[in-house]
Design a protein around this ligand. Structure first.
Ligand code: NAD
Length: 360
């Protein structure tokens, strides 16, 4: 397999493979673009069925980080890493330290933080081997802790902006929202929505999370496969990527799609299909930027020897509402999907020439 020829390669600057037989680490670090600054992006630990899946995932996620940083106005580039393995079964402190050495080998071109399957404790292990790590415990002074609640707040803000735009509603009490995935972000999003009186339909492959959502938030649960058929106003994908695909688009009844998951569109053309169906899609990397904003402030605080300023972070994250509205307006002006409009704004900022983006 040639990595350079993959559809998702998309002009990556660097893709590095790491193998550490002693700890069992098999990892890939992808650096998509560093025009605006060092490539910052989470590490995902997942039991990929094969190497191709892992490579495709890391390339797509890494590219998304370039666009996310650019559209959010942060001086950062895009990168991401994956560890091939089951986070519940294969993770050890030694494996995390081996990952730290891998990150360190890139000498700051890539900065790691949490993603699916990784925790603040894992970042602490990684930090024993490299200083190019964020998402460290808040007790550290400059550390911001788990970025997931901040991401959830950004998604909540973006979701409300999308509902205002499409349904002309400020008050979301009684709004029906389906949440797919009750993990670190999804569950925090549910808490914020429930506090506003939103009627929640939820699902997760892990029943413990579902039971808590029913008991604590009065949510209604459906099996994972049925979430696409829920009679709701908003669909919030908060699990893994690819939730919007040929098989699910026809089933989704919501007027708005607005969730935390990265790479929600299985293929770029699905953004056009949603536009044709008059479903307003809040592009994933625009509304899930809260965590990136949080780790950026952590990075700045640490570089300047200052304390992490949570209030400044939340004020910045609240501006996701304005960013998402500007994407909707650009999409309307240029008669393109919201996904294309977001890409155009981001590409202008990170300096990709229009001809290259069309060829990609
Ligand atoms: P997580 O691992 O804590 O949660 C994911 C949840 O989805 C888990 O509870 C899992 O059981 C569930 N799930 C997996 N497949 C499912 C399926 N088919 N149906 C229903 N549930 C399913 O991860 P997270 O940190 O909450 O992240 C969720 C998504 O948001 C990911 O796509 C991640 O890349 C993205 N994201 C997270 C952050 C962050 O700050 N954590 C930031 C930006 C984007």
């Amino acid at each position: 397999m040639s990595v350079f020829d993959l559809r998702d390669f998309d002009q990556h600057e660097q893709v590095s493979f790491f193998n550490d037989p002693e700890t069992g680490l098999k990892a890939i670090i992808a650096v998509h673009n560093t025009h605006l600054g060092p490539a910052l992006g989470g590490c995902r630990m997942w039991a990929y069925e094969n190497e191709e899946q892992a490579i495709t995932d890391v390339l797509r996620l890494s590219r998304g980080m370039t666009y996310k940083a650019a559209i959010t106005g942060l001086p950062l580039g895009g990168g991401k890493s994956v560890i091939i393995g089951d986070a519940r079964r294969d993770k050890t402190p030694e494996l995390m330290r081996a990952m730290g050495r891998a990150v360190n080998a890139l000498r700051g071109r890539y900065i790691v933080a949490e993603d699916v399957g990784m925790s603040v404790d894992d970042m602490v292990q990684i930090s024993k081997e490299t200083r190019h790590v964020l998402g460290l415990p808040s007790e550290n002074g400059s550390g911001g802790g788990d970025p997931s609640p901040v991401t959830a707040f950004g998604v909540y803000t973006g979701l409300k902006a999308a509902v205002k735009h499409r349904l002309n509603r400020d008050d979301i009490a009684g709004l029906r929202v389906a949440v797919q995935g009750l993990g670190n972000v999804g569950y925090n999003l549910c808490k914020l929505l429930a506090a506003d009186g939103v009627v929640l339909t939820v699902t997760d492959v892990h029943q413990d999370r579902v039971k808590t959502a029913i008991a604590e938030l009065g949510a209604t649960a459906v099996p994972p496969e049925n979430i696409y058929d829920a009679e709701v106003d908003v669909f919030a994908p908060c699990a893994l990527g690819g939730a919007i695909n040929d098989g699910t688009i026809a089933r989704i009844k919501a007027d708005v799609i607005s969730g935390a998951a990265n790479n929600q569109l299985a293929e770029a053309r699905h953004g056009d299909v949603l536009r044709e169906k008059n479903v307003l899609y809040a592009p994933d990397y625009v509304i899930n930027a809260g965590g990136l904003i949080a780790v950026h402030y952590e990075y700045r605080a640490r570089s300047a020897g200052e304390t992490y300023d949570r209030d400044a972070v939340m004020a910045h994250v609240a501006r996701i509402a304005e960013t998402v509205e500007s994407v909707f307006q650009r999409a309307a002006q240029e008669a393109v999907s919201t996904a294309v409009a977001a890409d155009r704004i981001a590409e202008q900022r990170f300096g990709r020439a229009p001809a290259a983006s069309q060829a990609a």
